[in-house]
Design a protein around this ligand. Structure first.
Ligand code: HEC
Length: 97
């Protein structure tokens, strides 16, 4: 979600994806979104991070659960990520609490 890093060597920089839709989205639309609705992208980031279900992060994810729930809704919003991605669309995927 960081326009400085996404096209760098640790992310898509050494791949053909460096000119892909995701780099363009993070560089343009996502930055506009951050300005228009401060705080929403941070909730998306918390929600994405919680998807890993890391034991070391479990306590923090619990504290952030309201923001994580809001972030999940934002990810599914067709105005944003769901233009291109599905997220938890299939049945039977376990949902972290
Ligand atoms: C315009 C279409 C588009 C939008 C909007 C978009 N993505 Fe992507 N995303 C892609 C594509 C395509 C890829 C695969 C890389 C590439 O070719 O750009 C990708 C890759 C990713 C990856 C994989 C990164 C990796 O390291 O493998 C994640 C995670 C991701 N997107 C999350 C999101 C989230 C969260 C949002 C909303 C905040 C979002 N995307 C919005 C098109 C999009």
């Amino acid at each position: 979600m960081d326009p400085q890093r996404i096209a760098g060597p640790n992310y898509f920089g050494n791949t053909s994806h460096k000119d892909g839709d995701m780099v363009h989205f993070v560089s343009d639309d996502l930055q506009a979104w951050r300005k228009e609705k401060p705080g929403e992208v941070e909730k998306v980031i918390l929600a994405l991070s919680a998807e890993a279900g890391l034991p070391a992060q479990a306590e923090l994810d619990k504290q952030d659960r309201k923001q994580i729930a809001q972030g999940r809704k934002l990810i599914q919003d067709e105005e944003h990520c769901a233009q291109c991605h599905t997220f938890r669309a299939r049945e039977g995927i376990p949902r972290p609490t």
